[in-house]
Ligand binder design. Structure first.
Ligand SMILES: C[S@@+](CC[C@H](N)C(=O)[O-])C[C@H]1O[C@@H](n2cnc3c(N)ncnc32)[C@H](O)[C@@H]1O
Length: 245
């Protein structure tokens, strides 16, 4: 492990806003904070919003700054990346931004039914290859995980440069007749990005410099607990520049 990464891992241990459970505390188990994020962690009844695959936590920190009466938890498996967000939130004395280091596949060990109000999925790995379809964070399997803890009126936001993931997610929404609240194929210049959507991570800036349109979907899970796979025609050309990933 590089010196810088080691230093970040060590500093992560000192942050009150960083939750890093051991594998044994999570695998096949309910983590101690499940159902208790309001009373034992944030110590307020404010809504809880998750950012899945938060990377350096830029979105989590920016959303938390804009909305001090809401609690945000950025989730990622990469501790050295989340260090950036946890450090910024610590330095700014933000009590409504937290970071959880885990694989999203374990998310049902962390949140109880109705505990979460909203989910943001920002620039996730698009998992373009057909054999990796189940790894897409908007696949029927992942939506099934989210349905276990998202409030019935809760919404999911997907912001991505991947046209392929955008179209795939639209197909999942349509197949399962989920309420679609907003859909943008190219959010800038439409007025859509004048809200929380205007926050930009380093990934987003990089994609915009490459001239890629940024897409957005906002939808609900429609009271469903299980989701069917769409009959989606995988089209490699939609993301031709990213096929090496
Ligand atoms: C392309 S980056 C985007 C980061 C951030 N959302 C942004 O816009 O800057 C995707 C992030 O998702 C995380 N990730 C991907 N799959 C994951 C999983 N199954 N569990 C936890 N984190 C995951 C990666 O570690 C990475 O930091």
């Amino acid at each position: 492990m590089g010196k810088d990464k080691y230093r970040r891992f060590q500093e992560n241990l000192t942050f009150a806003n960083m939750v890093q459970p051991d594998f044994e505390e999570v695998f096949g188990k309910e983590y101690r904070l499940k159902g208790h994020w309001h009373d034992e962690f944030f110590r307020n009844p404010n809504p809880i919003i998750l950012e899945l695959g938060c990377g350096r936590g830029e979105y989590t920190v920016a959303l938390a700054e804009r909305n001090p009466d809401r609690n945000y938890i950025g989730i990622d498996i990469k501790g050295a990346r989340m260090w950036r967000g946890a450090k910024t939130a610590t330095e700014r004395g933000m009590a409504n931004a937290a970071f959880l280091r885990t694989r999203i596949e374990f998310i049902n060990s962390f949140f109880a039914s109705g505990e979460v109000d909203e989910i943001w999925i920002t620039f996730p790995d698009p998992q373009l290859k057909k054999q990796r379809v189940k790894k897409r964070l908007t696949s029927p399997q992942f939506l099934g995980y989210y349905a276990k803890f998202l409030k019935p009126e809760g919404v999911v936001h997907l912001k991505t440069d991947s046209r392929h993931l955008h179209e795939y997610t639209k197909a999942v929404i349509e197949r399962n007749a989920l309420p679609l609240l907003a859909c943008g194929d190219d959010i800038y210049g439409t007025g859509m990005a004048d809200t929380d959507l205007s926050i930009q991570t380093a990934y987003e800036r990089k994609f915009r410099e490459q001239g890629l349109p940024i897409t957005y979907l906002r939808f609900m899970l429609g009271g469903r607990s299980e989701f069917e796979a769409p009959d989606f025609e995988e089209d490699d050309n939609l993301d031709a520049s990213r096929l090496g990933e």
